[in-house]
Design a protein around this ligand. Sequence first.
Ligand code: NAP
Length: 256
Amino acid sequence: MSHLQSLRGRRICLVGSTSGIARVVARELVARGAILHLGARDLEEARRDAVDLELRGGLPVSVGRFEALDLGSHAAFLAEARQRMGGLDCVLVAFGILGDQERARRDFADARQIMDLNYLAPASVLSHAAAMLEDQGTGGMLVALGSVAGDRGRPGNYTYGSAKAGLHAYLQGLRGRLASAGIRVLTVKPGPVDTPMTFGMGFPGGRLTAQPEAVARGIVRAMERGSEVVYVPCFWGLIMGVLKAIPESLFKRMKL
Ligand SMILES: NC(=O)c1ccc[n+]([C@@H]2O[C@H](COP(=O)([O-])OP(=O)(O)OC[C@H]3O[C@@H](n4cnc5c(N)ncnc54)[C@H](OP(=O)(O)O)[C@@H]3O)[C@@H](O)[C@H]2O)c1
C-alpha cells in the first residue's frame, strides 16, 4: 500500500516561480495534475511559464505579481492566488538571493537585503499563508526553500546562512503550531544547485553541485511523502551531520 499523498487537483501557489528550482518543480507538479498559481515580480516571464505549463499539464495556470520586499502586499497576493485557483491547499516559497558576503561585510544595507529576502519576506508570506490555511480548516501544506548554508555559519556566506537558519527555525515553530490543524510544514535544505543563483561561482565542493531537475524531484517526492525536513540531494544530510558535529574551536580554523 502506498503512503504517498497524491498532488492531483491540489491548488498550489508557487511564490518566486521564476526561480531556477521553482520552474522545474512547477513542471513536476503539473505532471502530477496539480493546479498552479505562479507568483513572480516579472509577470511577463511568469506568463510565458504559465503557457508552457498549461501545454504540459492540460490545466489552467494563473499568475500574479509578487514583490517580496513589499511585505504589505503579501496578504492580498495570497488572497488573489486562492481566488484564481478556487481555493488554496499549498504555498511553496522559493524566492531568495545569495548576495555577496564581501559586499555585505562592508555595507550593512547589502546584508540587510540578504536578510530581508531570505528571512523576513519568506516569514511574512508563510505567516499569512498559515493564517489562511488555519481559517479554512481543511489542512494543507507549507513548503519553503532553506539551505544547507543555514545549518552552520561559515565566513564565506554567514549573512545568507543566518537568514536561512532563521527561516529554518521559523518553519520549525510553524510545524509545531499547525500540526493539530492538519497543516504540514516542509523545510527543504538544498546543497548547491546549478541555477542562475550560482552561475559562475566556484563553490567549495563544486563537484557536488546538483542539477535542478534532481532537486525538484526530491522536493516533490518529499511533498508527496509528507516529510518535515528534507536535504536535496539527500547525501547533504550526511555531510551536514558531520559538519555540525565538528567542535567550534576546530571549525573556525577550517577553510570551508
Ligand atoms: N541554487 C542554489 O545553489 C541553492 C542552494 C540552496 C538553497 N537555495 C534556495 O532555493 C531558492 C531558489 O533558488 P534558485 O537557485 O532557484 O534561485 P534563482 O534561480 O536565482 O531565483 C531566485 C528567485 O528569487 C526571485 N526574487 C529575487 N528577489 C525578489 C524580489 N525582491 N521579489 C520577488 N522575487 C524575487 C527571483 O525573481 P527574478 O526571476 O525576477 O529575478 C527568482 O525567481 C532560494 O531560496 C535559494 O536561497 C538555492
